[in-house]
Design a protein around this ligand. Structure first.
Ligand code: SAM
Ligand code: SF4
Length: 365
């Protein structure tokens, strides 16, 4: 295949078949990668512009009922001190997000579905909504729940939800999770989210042991079929206190390769899905100090700076060498503004920053 005409066709919006997607994800040389990222950036500018949308991220608890084989805060990891932020601490983080003019907040945690937790989230969402007359957009990332729970949280004021499918291939998913973590249930949960009215985000980890380009092509088709509004993807990074980390201690140890794999997936997703929001995730920054800026240059347009209490950051280590555990939210904000400016982009303050895809989908209903 010849790269230039393929990229020109992709930028022009021609459809991309599976073989072309696989070819693009398999690019290796610096010149080819540069051309791919440039093409994705052109499409990004056309559909979502060069303003970065921010979501203040608060990791509200590392208590989790699940045991995903890759995750550092899985239930089975007894080396983790468990925490749950209280109401006042979460509200303080929300007020800080509003003061920073970030426009939106994301509440993320391990998965829990006990009634006390469901009530607590409903209440906290309602209270965040009351700050500054409901200016803050609220995104949740709290795992699989029932349709009823999703509806209650939506009615309380949350309007976006991130639930990564992790892998769209049920057989591959089964190698990453215990048998009672069912792929069909995760797919169903994504359907419930849409039914409850949320803007839905999903994504996968990239560079997992055993993952192939074919898996990633299937993931891209899954995003397309689900007609998602947002994508949050990032490189897999090993945590040695996990079954996957113990079994494959070397996977992902080539940081440059792992970063490139993540950037390629962002770029190809932008070429394919065009007007969705795509996050440049912390895992990219874990692999290179300028990883998030490179994510923006490869087609991403959302960043989720951590605004949670520093005291809890070390308890939320999904993977090793997670950045930002010692950096307070204020200095992170200043550094981020500088980093975004350094690549010629700017930050869109005080807006929810919904994806144009959502507006188009809502308009079509
Ligand atoms: N518990 C909720 C869930 O799983 O949907 C939300 C929080 S969970 C920590 C958020 C995401 O972290 C997961 O969807 C997973 O993709 C990612 N994650 C977990 N372990 C990781 C690792 N070792 N490397 C990179 N990302 C990881
Ligand atoms: Fe729990 Fe989410 Fe980690 Fe799985 S990825 S163990 S559900 S926090």
């Amino acid at each position: 295949m010849k790269l230039e005409p393929i990229l020109a066709a992709a930028v022009a919006g021609e459809s991309l078949d599976d073989a072309t997607l696989a070819y693009l994800l398999g690019l290796e040389t610096p010149g080819e990668l540069e051309a791919l990222f440039r093409a994705a950036y052109t499409v990004k500018l056309r559909y979502v512009g060069n303003q970065v949308h921010l979501r203040g991220l608060v990791e509200i608890s590392n208590i989790c009922r699940k045991n995903c084989y890759y995750c550092g805060i899985r239930r089975g990891n007894t080396n983790v001190a468990r925490f749950a932020m209280n109401r006042e601490e979460i509200l303080e983080a929300a007020r800080l997000t509003a003061r920073f003019r970030y426009g939106s907040i994301v509440l993320q945690a391990g998965e829990r579905n006990d009634p006390g937790w469901v009530d607590f989230i409903e209440e906290i969402v309602r209270e965040i909504k009351a700050i500054d007359g409901g200016k803050l957009g609220i995104t949740l990332s709290l795992g699989e729940q029932t349709l009823e729970t999703y509806r209650r949280w939506f009615a309380a004021g949350a309007h976006r939800y991130l639930l990564r499918i992790e892998s769209s291939d049920p057989e591959f998913y089964a190698t990453l999770h215990p048998a009672d973590h069912r792929h069909d249930e995760r797919v169903a949960a994504l359907g419930f989210l849409r039914e409850a009215g949320y803007q839905v985000g999903t994504g996968v980890m990239i560079g997992l042991p055993g993952q192939t380009v074919e898996h990633l092509v299937r993931d891209l088709r899954f995003f397309q079929k689900l007609d998602v509004d947002m994508i949050g993807m990032g490189p897999y990074i090993v945590h040695h206190d996990t079954p996957l980390g113990r079994r494959f201690p070397e996977t992902g140890s080539d940081a440059k390769r792992q970063l490139e794999a993540g950037l390629k997936m962002i770029a190809v997703t932008r070429l394919l899905l065009r007007n969705v929001n795509i996050a440049s995730t912390t895992a990219l920054q874990a692999l290179a100090p300028d990883g998030r800026e490179r994510g923006l240059l490869a087609g991403a347009n959302v960043i989720m700076p951590n605004v949670g209490d520093l005291a809890y950051r070390k308890g939320y280590l999904l993977y090793e060498n997670k950045p930002g555990v010692d950096e307070n939210a204020d200095s992170a904000r200043i550094a981020l503004e500088r980093a975004v400016g350094s690549i010629g982009e700017s930050i869109a303050y005080e807006v929810w920053g919904d994806s144009p895809h959502f507006a188009a989908r809502a308009g079509n209903r």
